[in-house]
Design a protein around this ligand. Structure first.
Ligand SMILES: NC(=O)C1=CN([C@@H]2O[C@H](COP(=O)(O)OP(=O)(O)OC[C@H]3O[C@@H](n4cnc5c(N)ncnc54)[C@H](O)[C@@H]3O)[C@@H](O)[C@H]2O)C=CC1
Ligand SMILES: O=C(O)CCC(=O)C(=O)O
Length: 336
């Protein structure tokens, strides 16, 4: 009898708050498929092993039919061994008043170490999603230290920003739900310089497609308040909860990974932080959020040829500049 194909999924920061909302949908089949068995590998740091053990107990108690095995460890050489998917969540979150780049010094070293571990232990086909902030720059560092793994296999999460943008637009147009809003683009950094762009976005309503600008009928709101709300939503959640977004982040990780694994529906784009090809004048190899389509072979492709006006150009360049600065600081931090 042929042996069963089991997808090995690593989640780092597995004792943390995002992981607590993330592990169940993965183990239930919401991401890879309702008929696809998974093995979960859970990595956290040594002082969190007792907490992690509690998470393992809860997963066990869910008695899930697709969950074949759970491994909990504080050892990267165990965690990264032969993984198919690496969801790199584990890192310090920011507190009220901080910018995400203030986490660089603490977090970038984690991603150097995990890049080295990916290079040494993971399958060369591994799909990597960096979530820990600052996500784009951590992803850049991770890919740099895993040169044997194709750069196309690295991504960072900006899907939460996309969902936030869709939800804000939907709330503004009567009778429209977030999933009726498509082709919103998140350009650049997962930070307060990101550019949520609705100039190509459409709303499906009553069997017709209408441009978002025509449906919203308030250009000033779209150019100002809408952009600011999406850019600062993470900070607003921290202010309210005294903790950073977790449920919505976990949901976005599932959406990001599901689309990467199964491909994007015909005519749909999603935003992902990926290695720039130089498209739209963005410096090659920066990890920058672009609109992408994904084929059934799990290859993403940047949507090219969108017209970019002066308003957009300025915002796309500003967020690129921030990423260039973060990269310099990060490379200085990991140089020895
Ligand atoms: N890109 C995005 O859209 C989002 C990113 N984030 C970021 O995700 C990260 C995690 O957030 P939370 O789960 O809320 O934080 P948390 O503090 O609840 O959990 C983080 C976990 O990571 C663990 N950890 C620390 N160093 C580690 C290492 N070297 N290896 C493995 N595990 C390690 C910690 O012990 C902790 O259990 C933060 O950096 C946060 O800013 C959060 C929301 C959205
Ligand atoms: O804003 C933060 O730093 C918290 C987590 C995050 O990245 C987000 O909510 O977008």
């Amino acid at each position: 009898m042929a042996s069963e194909e089991v997808i090995t999924v690593l989640v780092t920061g597995a004792a943390g708050q995002i992981a607590y909302s993330l592990l169940l949908p993965i183990a239930k089949g919401d991401v890879f498929g309702r008929d696809k068995p998974v093995k979960l590998v859970l990595l956290d740091i040594t002082p969190m092993m007792a907490v992690l053990n509690g998470v393992v107990m809860e997963l066990t108690d869910c008695a899930l039919p697709l969950l074949r095995e759970v491994v909990a460890t504080d050892d990267e050489s165990v965690a990264f061994k032969d993984v198919d998917v690496a969801l790199l969540v584990g890192a310090m979150p920011r507190r009220e008043g901080m910018e995400r780049k203030d986490l660089l010094a603490a977090n970038v070293k984690i991603f150097k170490s995990q890049g080295l571990a990916l290079d040494k232990f993971a399958k060369k086909t591994v799909k990597v999603v960096v979530v820990g902030n600052p996500a784009n720059t951590n992803c850049f560092v991770c890919a740099k230290f895993a040169p044997s793994i194709p750069r196309e296999n690295f991504s960072c999460l900006t899907r939460l920003d996309q969902s936030r943008a869709q939800a804000q637009i939907a709330a503004r147009v009567e009778g429209v739900a977030a999933q009726d809003v498509s082709r919103v683009v998140i350009w650049g950094n997962h930070s307060s310089t990101q550019y949520p762009d609705v100039r190509h976005a459409v709303i499906s309503k009553d069997g017709q497609q209408i441009g978002v600008q025509d449906a919203v009928k308030d250009d000033s709101w779209l150019k100002n308040e809408f952009i600011k709300t999406v850019q600062t939503r993470g900070a607003a959640v921290i202010k309210a909860r005294k903790l950073s977004s977790a449920m919505s982040a976990a949901n976005a990780i599932c959406d990001h990974m599901r689309d990467w694994w199964h491909g994007t529906p015909e005519g749909k784009w999603v935003s992902m932080g990926v290695s720039s090809s130089g498209a739209y004048g963005i410096e090659p190899e920066l990890i920058y959020s672009f609109p992408v389509t994904i084929d059934k072979g799990r290859n993403w492709k940047i949507v090219e040829g969108l017209p970019i006006d002066d308003f957009s150009r300025d915002k796309m360049d500003k967020t690129m500049k921030e990423l260039q600065e973060e990269r310099s600081t990060a490379l200085e931090t990991v140089k020895d």
